[in-house]
Design a protein. Structure first.
Length: 309
């Protein structure tokens, strides 16, 4: 039997594959969604005091994720995070070329959002140094961590948090027949809960694009420590993606149609399928069917009469 080509560019929230969408609209959706996440995730703590009240900023970031996924998930899949895109790549749910383009779009969107916030800070007379203000939302460890968290603690938390977020996304988005709101709500709540912990440790973003955006507009130390917030979440995403890839292989999932080739009938051997379908649908003579049914009834009767064991 033939199987559809098991390649796809993006799995939509709810586990359904939408109509084919060009790469440019998907990249625009990823860029704008990442911009929204940067503005909400960095803007709320920038103009508040996260040390004394971290819940609002964490909740705002989680709500922004949910809103962005609901708004643009049907276009691009709603990643908005290079870690999530890497998890999809290793899980076999997106092609390498599309994944690289997604990551670039996410980075550009986050940088534009951070640039807008930086420009707003420059207009405020009460904030003489905008880079110092951005230091309060930049990810850091050691002396730049709120609780002086060492490198090992930050690496482990970033790795674990990114793995959880990617796993939640892959699990919720892969639900058969699930509602379109399942993945956005699940990912948004998970992100908000993890940010609650991450902010208390050192503004951990669990998102390489957001980490880059905040570091670029902060003091030099943020760029020096940036590698941690790139490597650790991507490593966690890789673990989650590979686990789901292994699960897909061992679980023998139903074939998935490529979003770019859907409707084109891309099969390995259409002739075999036609032959099998013809064999299944070939009519059975009525007389043969009656003889087969009578023979079955006779055998059952003999068994209960003790004549056949």
């Amino acid at each position: 039997m033939s199987t559809p080509v098991p390649a796809r560019d993006a799995l939509q929230p709810g586990g359904t594959v939408s109509a084919p969408t060009g790469l440019l609209p998907r990249l625009a959706a990823e860029a704008f969604g990442s911009l929204f996440l940067a503005v909400a995730g960095l803007g709320v703590p920038l103009f508040s005091i996260p040390q004394s009240s971290p819940v609002p900023s964490a909740l705002a970031a989680g709500l922004a994720v949910t809103a962005a996924m609901l708004a643009f998930g049907h276009i691009s899949g709603g990643h908005f995070n290079p870690a999530i895109t890497l998890g999809h790549l290793l899980a076999g749910r997106i092609r390498a070329g599309a994944a690289a383009a997604y990551a670039a779009a996410q980075l550009v969107g986050a940088l534009v959002g951070a640039l807008a916030l930086f420009g707003i800070l420059r207009t405020l007379p009460s904030i003489p140094d905008s880079r110092t203000a951005f230091d309060t939302v930049a990810a850091g460890f050691g002396e730049h961590s709120i609780i002086q968290a060492p490198l090992a603690a930050v690496v482990l938390l970033e790795l674990l948090g990114a793995a959880i977020i990617v796993a939640v996304f892959l699990g919720a988005a892969g639900r058969e027949g699930g509602a379109r709101t399942v993945a956005p709500v699940a990912v948004g709540l998970s992100f908000a809960a993890l940010l609650q912990v991450g902010q208390a440790v050192g503004n951990l973003p669990f998102n390489p694009a957001r980490a880059v955006a905040s570091a670029v507009f902060s003091s030099g130390w943020a760029v020096e420590q940036l590698w941690v917030f790139l490597v650790a979440p991507l490593a966690g995403a890789a673990i989650a993606g590979l686990v789901f890839r292994i699960g897909d292989v061992t679980g023998s999932p139903a074939p998935v149609v490529d979003v770019e080739t859907a409707g084109e009938g891309t099969y390995a051997d259409d002739d075999d399928d036609d032959a099998d379908a013809a064999a299944v649908t070939e009519p059975v003579p009525a007389g043969a069917a009656r003889e087969e049914k009578a023979r079955g009834v006779s055998e059952v009767q003999e068994f209960f009469d003790g004549k056949k064991s």
